[in-house]
Design a protein around this ligand. Structure first.
Ligand SMILES: Nc1ncnc2c1ncn2[C@@H]1O[C@H](COP(=O)(O)OP(=O)(O)OP(=O)(O)O)[C@@H](O)[C@H]1O
Ligand SMILES: [Mg+2]
Length: 273
């Protein structure tokens, strides 16, 4: 069995996984697209990556596998709540050798209600990651969040090192951002002192006046948070998603190029570039 000092399977050799949540309570801003493409790009750059689908809409699971799984993060949480901690190893699925994922299903939304009545409810995901020794096995763990501020999100931001916030180039871009950052502050104060904001990634960017204005406003309000790599609005993003085109086949696309640059920016920030 591995312990915390046996990290030979990690690309970096010395570091434990960096765990990052991809979150924004606004729907459709590119959270799932960012999770899978950034994850794939990081795996292409030699890192071992785990994606966790933490959205009951299970878009990420659908994209990666397309079939229902009998054991998902929902069942793992239910077991953790009932005190069983013997997770079957099949919770983790392989997409490629270096890109793994934990699927979810619709019952994750019912779990939210159970969590509200559970002791130490904020730490359930933290405990699952610990029990599975996730940090020992990967370089990066990316968690795709649902578009909501709720107990599931509290679980996620209590468990992670940092968050990436995709913000879409549209007039409604700022809706809910301040509330999200309030949540972050609350969690930093009480549950996860070390929580950082990795950055805002500007998505679906085009040459319109709106794109330009929203970028300027983001730079104005969050000068230290806006990541320098932005993701262009590309029809191939929608197509690849709708048709479930394997990430390998998208490798040479413009979308993959943007996300590869973003992966480099994230790795460089961590000192791994
Ligand atoms: N860069 C892009 N260019 C064009 N379309 C994009 C881009 N990124 C994402 N999309 C499309 O926008 C839609 C929403 O994207 P996505 O599902 O990633 O957002 P989300 O934040 O995860 O949504 P939800 O809040 O519902 O989980 C999808 O149809 C996706 O294909
Ligand atoms: Mg999503």
């Amino acid at each position: 069995m591995k312990n915390n000092h046996d990290l030979t399977s990690c690309h970096a050799g010395k570091k434990l996984a960096k765990v990052i949540a991809i979150t924004n309570q606004k729907g459709g801003v590119g959270k799932t697209t960012t999770t899978m493409n950034l994850g794939y790009s990081l795996s292409q750059q030699g890192f071992k990556v785990l994606l966790i689908d933490f959205d009951p809409q299970h878009n990420l699971t659908n994209y990666l596998e397309g079939e229902a799984h009998s054991f998902t993060i929902s069942e793992a949480i239910a077991e953790e709540i009932s005190g069983e901690t013997e997770y079957v190893s099949s919770l983790i699925q392989k997409y490629t050798e270096s890109l793994h994922y934990i699927p979810t299903n619709l019952s994750l939304s019912a779990i939210e209600l159970k969590l509200v009545m559970t002791n130490a409810r904020e730490y359930i995901l933290t405990d699952i990651l610990t029990n599975l020794k996730i940090r020992d096995q990967y370089d990066y763990v990316l968690i795709d969040c649902m578009p909501a501020l709720n107990m599931l999100l509290i679980n996620v931001i209590t468990a992670v090192d940092s968050i990436i916030v995709p913000v879409e180039a549209s007039y409604g871009a700022f809706e809910g951002l301040e509330q999200l950052f309030e949540y972050v502050k609350m969690v930093q104060k009480r549950l996860n002192r070390d929580l950082k904001i990795e950055g805002i990634v500007y998505t679906k960017v085009n040459n319109t006046k709106i794109s330009k204005e929203v970028r300027e406003k983001l730079q104005d309000i969050y000068p230290n948070l806006l990541l320098s790599i932005e993701i262009k609005e590309l029809t191939e993003a929608r197509k690849s998603y709708a048709e479930r085109i394997p990430l390998e086949e998208m490798k040479k696309s413009r979308l993959a190029m943007d996300y590869s640059n973003l992966a480099t920016e994230i790795a460089v920030k961590r000192g791994q570039g």
